[in-house]
Ligand binder design. Structure first.
Ligand SMILES: *[C@@H]1O[C@H](CO)[C@@H](O)[C@H](O)[C@H]1NC(C)=O
Ligand SMILES: *[C@@H]1O[C@H](CO)[C@@H](O)[C@H](O)[C@H]1NC(C)=O
Ligand SMILES: *[C@@H]1O[C@H](CO)[C@@H](O)[C@H](O)[C@H]1NC(C)=O
Ligand SMILES: *[C@@H]1O[C@H](CO)[C@@H](O)[C@H](O)[C@H]1NC(C)=O
Ligand SMILES: *[C@@H]1O[C@H](CO)[C@@H](O)[C@H](O)[C@H]1NC(C)=O
Ligand SMILES: *[C@@H]1O[C@H](CO)[C@@H](O)[C@H](O)[C@H]1NC(C)=O
Ligand SMILES: [Ca+2]
Length: 471
């Protein structure tokens, strides 16, 4: 067993590696503690918090597969020529000799020695039939990406490639980003860069020409999928406003899913040719070679665990679930802890979030719900807000589907009303214009409820909207 949590030895190979392993400043909340003991009048109890494992180098825990499977060079042995100079043919590949073999593992070994180690494909012998290779990375576990995916090519960067992701263990695939020297020609897409994305278009799948432009490959060998630039659309250029990002991740499921994967697939569609014409007399110049792949991320544990363990025997990652949840992603309540429906933890309020623990069945609202005829049996029906139909208005953010956090100056269940600024400003909203929770009598009752109850508390507000509150 191998604790991810403790694997944070930063070996600084280059400045960029160190930067990518940097932690976010403490002010944003690490979410690294799931519970802590607190002392109250009633004695020692536990305080539960949203928590997640530390981000780490995820390439240590993946399995890689190639398609076609026999596409790796060296069987039979082959000699390759340099792309820019067909007379420079000193790249030998022989699968039977360790020093001359280029197996897929060399994409994930420790980089920093010279010469680099790399995986290499066979050459484009069957031209003009396309030289296509799928490099599939599988975790058999849902993970959340926290930093840019960086591929380093040892030969020229591909003229056409596609990064795909799967969220269902490889059953279905969707594009993440297209890469080409000519996006229009290759994919019939307009070229874009990540800098052109906005908060609204963040989830758009783009084709970029930034990482394919050919002949200067000697100077830039990397192909990126820009996670941090996308985070920055919410968190600001140096990710100083992580609260804003966490707020969005909390409330916008699509956004969260966008950065979540179980598998990644690099579809190499056309190797570097260095020019528009392929030299058919010397196809040993065209091949793929990748020396390094970086994938930073963390296990997805639904904010119910701060540690993820790698079971070396089974070759599998799994969250060590807290909050009486269970499953590889802490995606359900433990046996006998179905007192209320399982729910993902919440990043809000910053910095500790909301744990949304599973509670013992005997403490649950199940019996009360049926008896009360208030219709609280199904918690899902009591959604106050979400990212789709029930949007918080006027810049408000939806807090765990139960409450809108309104921007200053707005009020109402969905922040739909302007807060009254003074006498005479509220004519448009007669009678029920005041936010109900601010009514002194109701507030008083709320306090009473909070003092009395143990488990889940269901309150019926005058508007007929259900609000749940955890005691
Ligand atoms: C690569 O994977 C895609 C599906 O993502 C599949 O359609 C394609 O045929 C595969 N290509 C090769 C060369 O295996
Ligand atoms: C890989 O195997 C397939 C059949 O399994 C064969 O048709 C193909 O020529 C092989 N490719 C190489 C590069 O050996
Ligand atoms: C490619 O060209 C170089 C230089 O002319 C030559 O040495 C090499 O054998 C050629 N390779 C092939 C496969 O023709
Ligand atoms: C993936 O994990 C599941 C359990 O979560 C296990 O049963 C299965 O064998 C694993 N698959 C692979 C390919 O390792
Ligand atoms: C979860 O259950 C264990 C017993 O299995 C108990 O000791 C612990 O307090 C429970 N935690 C919560 C969050 O209810
Ligand atoms: C509550 O009602 C649901 C269906 O409305 C039913 O399935 C469940 O058994 C009931 N629970 C109790 C404790 O009566
Ligand atoms: Ca390497």
């Amino acid at each position: 067993m191998f604790l991810l949590q403790t694997v944070c030895v930063c070996v600084c190979v280059s400045v960029s590696v160190c930067v990518s392993m940097q932690h976010y400043p403490a002010a944003w909340g690490h979410y690294d503690v799931c519970k802590s003991q607190i002392y109250t009048e009633e004695g020692v109890t536990w305080d539960y918090m949203a928590c997640q494992p530390e981000a780490t180098d995820m390439t240590k825990f993946l399995s890689v597969s190639l398609d076609p499977p026999n596409i790796t060079c060296g069987d039979p042995p082959e000699t390759y020529c340099a792309l820019e100079n067909p007379y420079m043919c000193n790249n030998e590949c022989d699968a039977t000799t360790e020093e001359l073999a280029h197996p897929p593992e060399l994409m994930f070994d420790f980089e920093g020695r010279n010469p680099t180690t790399f995986w290499q494909s066979t050459s484009w012998k069957k031209f003009p039939k396309p030289l296509e290779v799928n490099v599939t990375l599988s975790w058999n576990k849902t993970i959340e990406l926290t930093d840019d995916i960086i591929l380093t090519f040892e030969s020229g960067r591909p003229e056409q490639m596609l990064l795909e992701k799967s969220l269902d263990y490889g059953k279905t695939w969707t594009p993440y980003q297209f890469y080409a020297t000519d996006c229009l020609d290759a994919f019939n897409m307009d070229p874009k860069t990540v800098n052109e994305l906005t908060q609204r278009t963040l989830l758009d799948i783009i084709c970029t020409e930034d990482y394919s432009r050919g002949y200067v490959w000697k100077y830039d060998k990397t192909v990126r999928f820009e996670i941090k630039d996308r985070f920055a659309l919410f968190a600001g250029p140096r990710l100083h406003n992580m609260a804003s990002l966490y707020g969005q991740l909390d409330t916008t499921r699509n956004l969260r899913d966008f950065f979540t994967v179980t598998d990644l697939r690099i579809r190499l569609l056309k190797p570097a040719t260095g020019s528009t014409i392929v030299d058919e007399n010397n196809l040993s110049r065209y091949f793929y070679a990748i020396s390094d792949i970086k994938v930073q991320g963390r296990c997805k544990c639904n904010l119910h665990s701060n540690s993820c363990v790698y079971d070396k025997e089974k070759g599998r990652l799994g969250c060590e679930c807290e909050h009486n949840t269970t499953g590889p992603d802490c995606g359900r309540c433990k046996r006998h802890y179905h007192g209320r429906q399982w729910s993902v933890g919440s990043y809000l309020p910053i910095p500790k979030g909301t744990a949304n623990i599973c509670i013992h069945s005997s403490h649950g609202p199940v019996n009360r719900a049926n008896a009360s005829s208030l219709g609280v049996a199904n918690r899902n029906q009591a959604r106050v807000c979400d990212g789709a139909m029930l949007r918080c208005q006027n810049g408000g953010t939806c807090h765990h589907h139960q409450r809108c956090h309104c921007a200053p100056g707005f009020t109402g269940v969905l922040c739909e009303r302007a807060r009254c600024q003074g006498p005479g400003h509220c004519e448009e909203y007669p009678s029920s214009g005041q936010e109900s929770v601010h009514h002194p009598l109701l507030l008083h009752r709320l306090h009473l409820f909070l003092q009395v109850c143990h488990g889940l508390l269901a309150l019926l507000l005058p508007q007929g909207v259900m609000v749940f509150s955890f005691c």
